[in-house]
Design a protein around this ligand. Sequence first.
Ligand code: NAD
Ligand code: ZN
Length: 341
Amino acid sequence: MHALVKKTPEKGLWIEDVPIPQVGSTDVMIKIMKTSICGTDVHIYNWDKWASETIPTPMVIGHEFVGRIVGFGDHVKGFHVGDLVSGEGHIVCGHCRNCLAGRRHLCINTSGVGVNRSGAFAEYLVIPSTNVWHCDEGIDTDILSCFDPLGNAVHTALSFDLVGEDVLITGAGPIGIMASAVAKKAGARHVVITDINDYRLDLAKKMGVVTVDVTKQTIKQVMDDLGMKEGFDVGLEMSGNALAFNDMLAHMEHGGKIAMLGIQGPDTTIDWNKVVFNGITIKGIYGREMFETWYKMTSMIQSGLDIAPIITHHYHYTDFEKGFDVMNSGKSGKVVLTWED
Ligand code: NAD
Ligand code: ZN
């Protein structure tokens, strides 16, 4: 089968002919229809420090996908050939304390599809049936190919009660913009999103949220415009940028709550006294809850959540380099690769 492979430890990706993965007794085999490119894939493509320390080569990369089941092992129940599915890219152990308690997103032995094991940028993907999510046939397959990052947005945004609350999102990347739409849908009052990139802020405007270019305007000015006297009740950190995180911390209501998805650099420092004296709660978010997040994102889309404007580019997988180039340019939302002719 064709796959996008990090063949050797250097920048780039290669279309290779690789063997179709073997299906174990509890596995499902999926014929991939569409995949979307994650920031993680861009790190692997660019072969930055994190990627070079993390990814063994050769490796079929990719973990955001939708496809149809073409086969499964003898011990698999509840799946049929032809089912439309996506899947959770965090493969968990099933026997650690958190797995046994049903908190599988907190497994201490998580391994990542397309990071630690063969991924979804391929004609076929094999994963355990416990990682497979049945999709609603009524939802567009472009949207379904983005369920993994939408799940990051939903998991983060729904970590705290948003009803009637003022929400600050730092970072209008694809996940930040999706989270802004989720926050609106969940009943937040003001949803404010910051970035430094015009293209992304314009995309965020399509979600009907308040945008702030922090190179031109302060968060305080926007609060004044909105008539907000105190601070934000909930913060969703989705930039991975230390300045953005500190700016958020400075504009939180006392007792405010911050959910952190963005991956901060090793040297990030914050004013801890703001956390202590202002009674701030900070919660780290990793991945998606299996499968409560998947249930919530499905039902929110079924009830009108529209993330289609965030998907800005489509390419055939043989044109993958165009997709990575546009992701690297910063002038994109989600980029979808199709694996069908
Ligand atoms: P992205 O890199 O596309 O978006 C980040 C955005 O932050 C960019 O648009 C960038 O311009 C903006 N930004 C940079 N500096 C800023 C500043 N000073 N103020 C405001 N905005 C600023 O990333 P994404 O794919 O949308 O993901 C969001 C974050 O979540 C990333 O840090 C990513 O690594 C992380 N992530 C974490 C998990 C997890 O499980 N914890 C999963 C997926 C992604
Ligand atoms: Zn586990």
